[in-house]
Write a protein that binds this ligand. Structure first.
Ligand SMILES: [Zn+2]
Length: 124
């Protein structure tokens, strides 16, 4: 998803109102009144309205940004650690990369049974 905002002068501002330097950092940001594209003043095509609409969609989730980041992290597939001195016979014992709890079986679970961390398995 393309970001609507960028940091300029320590504030989040509408990305489309900015110009960028060679390193990709915002080096200028126009005033709201300079960039409003809606002649009729209905605000439908204004980039600020676009940002507010997107923000509203995030707020509809009822989640704080750190909660969204936590969910994103949990949904990013991570490789479990194989326990080399497993006492379980005929199958392998693994440790979840997130919660550190054990589970058995190679490539069976898509998610950790304990915490819900998405698991990444090498090609089997
Ligand atoms: Zn886990």
């Amino acid at each position: 998803m393309e970001r609507l905002t960028v940091i300029y002068g320590g504030m989040m501002v509408p990305r489309k109102a900015c110009t960028f330097d060679r390193e990709g950092g915002a080096d200028d940001c126009k005033e709201c009144t300079e960039i409003c594209e809606d002649e009729g003043g209905v605000c439908r095509t204004c980039i600020l309205q676009e940002c507010l609409t997107r923000l509203g969609e995030y707020e509809d989730t009822g989640l704080e940004p750190d909660e969204v980041m936590e969910l994103k992290e949990r949904d990013t597939a991570k490789e479990p650690t194989k326990v080399s001195d497993s006492e379980v016979r005929y199958t392998d014992d693994y440790i979840c990369p997130n919660c550190g709890k054990h589970f058995i079986g190679t490539g069976i679970a898509e998610f950790c049974y304990h915490c819900g961390q998405r698991l990444k398995w090498e090609e089997l």
